[in-house]
Design a protein around this ligand. Structure first.
Ligand code: 6R9
Length: 653
């Protein structure tokens, strides 16, 4: 990969060391943990596994590596729900609040560790009554209600694997996921609140269940209270079967390599991949990263991860990481703009949130709406901020740090994937000097490297493909039912290395910068140009809230850059602004990176987890059919852009 954009950002880099106030109470303040792990990564993980978790039976082997299949702590035994609940209650923390739940309509509920344990045990007994046994799969299709983590933990308690399907997916998506996993029970709700309206979960589930022969029962939670159809013999109300169960349910002692869950990720093509995560290694790395990346002090912190439990971020940092560490977390049911654009900040203020973990798409949207929304609330409880899901543009990082963190809070930009299970590249907030836009360094015990097309390490500085060089405890154990696809997708591109699909570079100081999916990287006049860097250059202009760029076929340069730009409040589209933005990018990166066309738009096509879908913009730019749009959050967005692109996009020069 040519390094045309590599030096460009160098003089814009600013360094943010953690403040002395933060360092004074931080768990990690120097490089000793990195050094310890580097000396013997396996011994390091074995020590973490024993320190952070309770094992019913200790393990004698740490890692068995039969490339591409890894096993961790194989002969150890443990139960995930015991580690998340019972041991804290047994240690006298039963009255500590596990979740401070905020409903979208404004209702709320606190649940203590003791209450959560009781609720999980009752639900586990109810699942047993519905015929679920160890080794079965249970599909969960719910909104962000407390019963969603309860259902996940209930599965873990009895040794059934869960497959959570995001509550915004269609009946077809739900049906395909149920059938692929052969789930026996579906847990859902009557409906879910979304911006004051109801998502008809049960109705959608009924449509899906018309073609899912493996489903024997459907457990239905009442939340939105509209009429729903209940099929006799198959469908059971939660309130009829759960509350009457015993609160005693012995946790099943599981082997470390037993399946904990399947989570489907769409990938770029074809049918979704059921990513498999197992018990001991997953919980070890999730507990470790939650503790040290978020510098958790369980007696005083209030942690809030704004993701949905339908994504891996929700699995690892709403449910398993926080509970394994006996944290108190906020869980919020709704969207950031309901009933008003300050909802997040009112939640932070109401619960005294100390650590906030959200996504760049949200941060860019807040920046677009304007700083008056956070400014109207007391955010002084915050002490640490996190970002996940996409590269965070330096400008968005700085806005987050200034307007949400009021220049006091470190920002941790955390790189990881559904497949990695837990955070892989991230600052340790009390020890790492941050640079806005860089995820900084691999965590202790993680091996990451950047290679070129031939698979050779590119050195420092240098750019190319991000790879992982050795197995890690929470790595995916495969794709459900498809070992060949597992090998082919992740382990065939570079010999002996895991290929993440992301481009990356290291600057002269060795900091990692994620450059976007390699499928999106543009080839202009023989130079590889990363989408992330051009988008970040656009976002660094004061008029720009958000930008997406794609390569479009061009007679002279092979590909030319087509940009789609959302303006910040108070700025209007004009030809003069197009020229100004092109110059701005040329100045920031180099003339070769200037977008050939710029289209102003109100919205961009995004996945339901907020990632920009550049593939669809590429189709628009090339005037091609759109292809698969099932993972799109709002399909009308692309049609809108398409109509305007074909009539107004002016190819300059
Ligand atoms: C956790 C999650 C994974 C892909 C990943 C990368 C992008 C996530 C990022 C980031 C740059 C970060 N990504 N975090 N890119 N910086 N801090 O998002 O999992 O939904 O599987 O997506 O997201 O492209 O490969 P998942």
């Amino acid at each position: 990969m040519a390094d045309v954009t590599l030096e460009a950002l160098a003089d814009e880099q600013r360094s943010f060391p953690p403040s002395p106030e933060f360092v004074a109470n931080a768990l990690v303040t120097d490089s000793s943990m990195h050094d310890l792990a580097a000396a013997d990564p396996e011994a390091f993980w074995a020590a973490q596994a024993r320190e952070l978790l309770h094992w019913d039976r200790d393990f004698t082997t740490t890692c068995e590596w039969d490339l591409p299949f890894a096993k961790w702590f194989t002969d150890g035994q443990l139960n995930v729900s015991y580690n998340c609940l019972d041991r804290h209650v047994d240690a006298g923390h039963g009255d500590q609040i596990a979740f401070r739940w905020e409903g979208e309509p404004g209702d709320s509920r606190d649940i203590t560790y003791a209450e959560l344990l009781a609720e999980v045990s009752r639900t586990a007994n109810a699942l047993k009554e519905l015929g679920v046994v160890k080794g079965d799969r249970v599909a969960i299709y719910m909104g962000m209600v407390l019963e969603l983590p309860v259902a996940m933990l209930a599965c873990a308690r009895i040794g059934a694997a869960h497959s959570v399907v995001f509550g915004g997916f269609t009946a077809d998506s739900l049906r395909d996921r149920i059938n692929d996993a052969q789930a026996k029970v579906l847990v859902t709700g009557d409906g879910a609140w979304r911006r004051g309206g109801i998502v008809e979960l049960k109705q959608i589930a009924d449509e899906a269940m018309a073609e899912t022969p493996s489903i024997e029962h459907c457990l239905v939670l009442r939340r939105t209270e509209q009429e729903v159809a209940m099929q006799t013999g198959r469908d059971v109300w939660w309130h009829d079967i759960v509350p009457t169960q015993s609160t005693e349910c012995a946790p099943e002692s599981m082997n470390a390599e037993d399946l904990l869950f399947i989570l489907y990720t769409s990938g770029t093509t074809g049918h979704p991949k059921g990513i498999m995560h197992t018990t001991g290694g997953y919980l070890t790395q999730v507990a470790f990263t939650f503790k040290y990346v978020f510098d958790i002090h369980p007696d005083t912190d209030v942690f809030w991860c704004t993701a949905d439990c339908g994504w891996v971020t929700g699995h690892s940092y709403i449910v398993y990481g926080p509970l394994a560490n006996r944290a108190t977390s906020v869980m919020y049911e709704g969207t950031p703009d309901y009933p008003a654009k300050d909802r997040f900040w009112s939640v932070v203020e109401k619960y005294g949130v100390t650590i906030l973990y959200t996504a760049p798409t949200a941060i860019r949207t807040f920046r677009k709406w304007g700083s008056e929304f956070p400014a109207g609330h007391d955010l002084s409880s915050l002490r640490l901020l996190g970002s996940v899901g996409e590269p965070i543009n330096p400008e968005a990082w700085i806005w987050y740090s200034e307007h949400i963190g009021t220049n006091r809070c470190p920002v941790v930009d955390t790189w990881w994937q559904t497949e990695t299970g837990a955070i892989m590249i991230s600052p340790l907030p009390g020890a790492t000097v941050a640079k806005p836009g860089s995820a900084t360094f691999p965590l202790p015990g993680i091996g990451a490297d950047i290679v070129n097309d031939d698979g050779n390490a590119v050195g420092i500085p240098g750019g190319g493909y991000l790879t992982l060089t050795r197995p890690w405890p929470s790595m995916l154990r495969g794709i459900w039912g498809d070992p060949d696809r597992y090998r082919e997708t992740y382990w065939s591109r570079f010999d002996g290395r895991y290929f993440a699909g992301d481009g990356a570079k290291r600057d002269a100081d060795g900091y990692f910068w994620l450059l976007g999916r390699v499928d999106d990287i543009m080839l202009v006049a023989g130079h590889n140009i990363s989408t992330t860097e051009v988008e970040s250059a656009l976002v660094s202009h004061p008029a720009v809230a958000e930008a997406a760029v794609v390569g479009k076929t061009d007679d002279t340069t092979g590909q030319a850059i087509a940009a789609f730009v959302i303006l910040r409040a108070g700025h209007d589209p004009s030809d003069a602004l197009v020229a100004e933005l092109r110059d701005h990018v040329g100045h920031a990166i180099g003339p070769i990176a200037k977008p050939k066309s710029i289209l102003f738009t109100e919205d961009l096509p995004k996945t339901r987890s907020g990632k920009i879908m550049r593939r669809l913009l590429r189709n628009v730019a090339e005037d091609e059919a759109l292809g698969d749009v099932t993972t799109l959050a709002d399909p009308s967005v692309v049609d809108g852009i398409k109509g305007r692109y074909l009539t107004t996009a002016s190819d300059e020069d």
